[in-house]
Design a protein around this ligand. Structure first.
Ligand SMILES: Nc1ncnc2c1ncn2[C@@H]1O[C@H](COP(=O)(O)OP(=O)(O)O)[C@@H](O)[C@H]1O
Ligand SMILES: [Mg+2]
Length: 272
């Protein structure tokens, strides 16, 4: 399969003007994501996951190294990449329907088609009956579904998701995980999904990339070979699933211990 996204030797540093100190958020990260792949990314808090996603989204530029999309350098944001942030980022003065139509307005789709497609995607995330509600009239899970519908409606070839389910209750999260897998299978896009949930990473990803604590590097990329993931059964209880989960846990646990040790000796590192 051709590479959709290529990250080559990317380093990202942030300067703090008040202290004059530099944070190395990412150190020499290289990673490729194939066209149509579903990749999940896990790592300790503060290891640079969001920074990496923002770089792929073209919202920031690397200090060194390069990022390519379809073989061409990423120079800025574009409608070829949809981003779902952890916080819902809905416009409060627009209904659910009008929030979903937003991406289509930007790409110049006509009014009638916009309305029809927004309705179709609200239906897909189970919110057909709520399309005239405003964000403050929706629960957290519903708002996140609207944000997901909005990012899916213009069918971006690449979907970048930054801990989109972190604030949801366990049941809503599991049902949205199943929905996302089925949408991905239907549309054939490329997904990069950040999470701090080990189970979520294993359930969703064809591969799980585990990052080291700061400065973030790719520690291991683990292929997940689970046959019956989308059968609707209790896949999470199978020995295969448990073994993958444990492997990722061990990789992360090492990093969290290392970060805690570093914080005792030099600087404070968040763990979570
Ligand atoms: N705009 C910024 N300015 C300064 N430091 C930043 C900025 N964005 C992120 N950082 C720092 O870079 C590191 C990685 O942050 P982030 O990518 O948000 O980590 P994660 O998403 O894995 O929790 C952290 O130490 C964070 O404080
Ligand atoms: Mg983050």
């Amino acid at each position: 399969m051709p590479e959709k996204i290529e990250i080559r030797g990317v380093t990202k540093k942030f300067g703090d003007r008040s202290t004059g100190r530099q944070t190395v958020a990412l150190a020499d990260v290289s990673l490729s994501v194939a066209d149509g792949e579903f990749l999940t990314l896990v790592g300790p808090s503060g290891c640079g996951k969001s920074t990496l996603l923002e770089l792929i989204g073209g919202l920031t530029t690397p200090t060194s190294g390069e990022l390519l999309l379809d073989g061409a350098p990423i120079t800025g944001p574009g409608l070829d990449r949809g981003i779902v942030f952890q916080q819902y980022a809905l416009l409060p003065w627009r209904t659910a329907q009008a929030n979903v139509e937003l991406g289509l307005e930007v790409s110049g789709v006509g009014k009638r088609e916009r309305a029809a497609r927004a309705r179709e995607f609200l239906d897909l995330v189970g919110l057909d009956a709520f399309r005239d509600r405003y964000p403050h009239e929706l629960s957290g899970g519903m708002k996140q579904r609207v944000a997901i519908a909005r990012s899916l409606v213009y069918e971006p070839k690449v979907l970048l998701m930054d801990e989109p389910y972190a604030a949801l209750d366990a049941q809503t999260r599991e049902s949205l995980q199943v929905e996302l897998r089925s949408i991905w299978q239907r549309t054939g896009g490329t997904v990069v999904f950040i999470t701090h949930g080990i189970e979520e990473a294993v359930f969703l990803g064809q591969r799980v990339a585990v990052m080291t604590s700061r400065p973030g590097r790719i520690k291991e990329v683990l292929p997940i070979d689970l046959a019956d993931r989308d059968s609707g059964g209790d896949i999470r209880s199978t020995p295969e699933f448990t073994s993958y989960r444990h492997h990722v846990w061990e990789l992360l646990h090492d990093e969290i211990s290392r970060a805690a040790e570093a914080s005792r000796t030099k600087e404070v590192v968040e763990v979570g």
